[in-house]
Design a protein around this ligand. Structure first.
Ligand SMILES: Nc1ncnc2c1ncn2[C@@H]1O[C@H](COP(=O)(O)OP(=O)(O)O)[C@@H](O)[C@H]1O
Ligand SMILES: O=C(OP(=O)(O)O)[C@H](O)COP(=O)(O)O
Length: 116
């Protein structure tokens, strides 16, 4: 359903199948994919379509794929795609910060501690 068909009072719990198809198409050309966060409420059958479609597109692409975040890992297991992903990390936000070159508090503490 297009966004124009959804009222302000309704809750968006998943991407639609057209969006899922567009994402999946784009993912076909990717060489590296980093994913942190499901497309919707993948835990429920009626709102798992978007996450399943995107996850399957990643799994079936030739790209190096990194899945980060507790819920993303749960989705990967739910769809039986654990072995299809190149790297799985339980950290989500922390991994994003690491990849953005931010200093992580525990790493800072370890470095500082090693100098004592
Ligand atoms: N549109 C939405 N409305 C409410 N909850 C959502 C929506 N989309 C995703 N969620 C929920 O958010 C959680 C994912 O959180 P997020 O922090 O993005 O993932 P991760 O833990 O992989 O980093 C899941 O439990 C999912 O059901
Ligand atoms: O979903 C997660 O991270 P996120 O909420 O930052 O995306 C991780 O499961 C958090 O794990 P942590 O609390 O051991 O860092």
């Amino acid at each position: 359903m297009p966004l124009s068909g959804v009222s302000d009072e309704e809750v968006y719990i998943d991407i639609g199948k057209e969006t899922a198809a567009k994402y999946s198409e784009t993912l076909n050309y990717a060489q590296t994919v980093f994913i942190n966060g499901p497309m919707g409420v993948f835990e429920d059958r009626e709102s798992e379509l978007g996450t399943r479609a995107v996850w399957e597109a990643i799994a079936h692409s030739d790209a190096y794929s990194v899945v980060g975040g507790g819920d993303s890992v749960t989705a990967t297991k739910k769809f039986g795609l654990k072995d299809e992903m190149s790297y799985i990390c339980t950290g989500g936000g922390a991994l994003v910060r690491f990849l953005s070159n931010e200093e992580l508090p525990v790493i800072r503490a370890l470095k500082h501690g090693s100098k004592l």
